[in-house]
Design a protein around this ligand. Structure first.
Ligand code: CUA
Length: 356
């Protein structure tokens, strides 16, 4: 009997320890954004820099207000206690006009300070909002981004049709040049957010909203859909790759080109599999007869970092898993499963991996 009781107590203590560890880990979660490639505290351009300055101003002022209010509360508590000790047990409830007056002045002063702070915030956010947009005549790289459940269609604007680059979930930009995104959506409201580069902006079906940003340093920045848009909202990531201008030009020129014709028997067979199966009904590969943009453009699929909008890394094994059963990797995704014969799958993988 006694042993069982001790055991039960031990289990209870262990469970409480686990609870405590879990709670502290959970409390630390909000600070996760301090680290990594997706962080508001690590601005890479002037637009995100302005947002960051406003955020810092608000954080410092709010922290100061928090500390001052805390001190005021503690002082009030200790004063009251000391007063009680000094006086008799009978609490003194008779009105004290002098004291009332003093308290009214303190409260009015605090309200005045609050109003001043809120006005500073108002002016700060207004000027920050205005500062995020440049004059209309500035030369910018224009890109159309269309949100889909749950991926990003990326189309680089160009007056010459053959120079239009079409890709998905990955945006390459030259360092130091203003980028103007034309945001829209194909289904529900999404929100574009790459914290290192800009604030959030909604993508609304049937509307076009412009978002501007610039990266002053080379790097890879992760973005995330910031508006709940259905089951796989969490797996709707994108990457902005900021490169020196020459490197960007190289990428753009390679991306303008049509897909290279398949070389070798496996790739040739892979292309046939692609054209004969349901793949070609939803995906486009420039230079072939497929031409649908219902799903991501695959012309240069092999050069992209991830599959499924940042869900998995773009490796041969992951690509195979994605083709055969995307629902296992990203349940709810609009891509259907594909039951291909092993040889056909191998050939298809070889072909898709040749699309650089
Ligand atoms: Cu798209 Cu959330």
């Amino acid at each position: 009997m006694k042993k069982a009781k001790v055991k039960r107590q031990k289990v209870k203590v262990k469970r409480e320890d686990a609870k405590r560890v879990f709670t502290s880990a959970f409390c630390l979660l909000p600070f996760a954004f301090l680290f990594g490639e997706q962080s508001v505290l690590n601005p890479a351009g002037p637009q995100s820099g302005r947002v960051n300055s406003l955020f810092r101003l608000m954080s410092y002022v709010n922290a100061a207000v928090f500390v001052l209010v805390g001190i005021a509360v503690l002082v009030a508590i200790f004063r009251k206690r000391a007063e009680r000790k000094r006086k008799s047990d009978e609490p003194d409830i008779s009105p004290d006009p002098q004291r009332e007056q003093r308290m009214t002045r303190v409260v009015m002063g605090a309200v005045g300070v609050t109003i001043v702070i809120l006005f500073i915030y108002l002016i700060g956010s207004y000027t920050t909002g205005r500062g995020l947009y440049s004059p209309a005549e500035s030369k910018a790289l224009s890109i159309k981004i269309t949100g889909h459940q749950w991926w990003w269609d990326v189309e680089y604007d160009d007056p010459i049709a053959s120079n239009i680059v079409h890709t998905a979930n990955e945006i390459h930009i030259p360092v130091g040049q203003l980028v103007k995104l034309r945001l829209t959506s194909d289904d529900v409201i999404h929100s574009f957010w790459v914290p290192n580069l800009s604030g959030k902006k909604d993508l609304i079906p049937g509307h076009e909203i412009v978002l501007e940003f610039q990266s002053d340093s080379a790097g890879e920045f992760r973005g995330q859909c910031a508006e709940f848009c259905g089951y796989q909202h969490a797996k709707m990531a994108l990457f902005v790759v900021a490169e020196p201008t020459s490197q960007y030009r190289q990428w753009a020129e390679a991306s303008m080109a049509q897909a290279a014709p398949p070389s070798g028997p496996a790739a040739v067979r892979g292309q046939q599999v692609f054209m004969k199966s349901s793949c070609s009904l939803c995906h486009n590969i420039e230079g072939t007869l497929s031409g649908s943009h219902a799903g991501p453009d695959l012309t240069h699929l092999a050069s992209r970092r991830t599959l499924g909008a940042g869900t998995i890394r773009n490796t041969r094994g992951n690509l195979a898993g994605w083709i055969v059963d995307p629902q296992r990797i990203k349940p709810g995704v609009h891509m259907p499963p594909n039951q291909l014969a092993p040889d056909d799958l191998e050939a298809l993988l070889t072909y898709l991996q040749s699309l650089r």
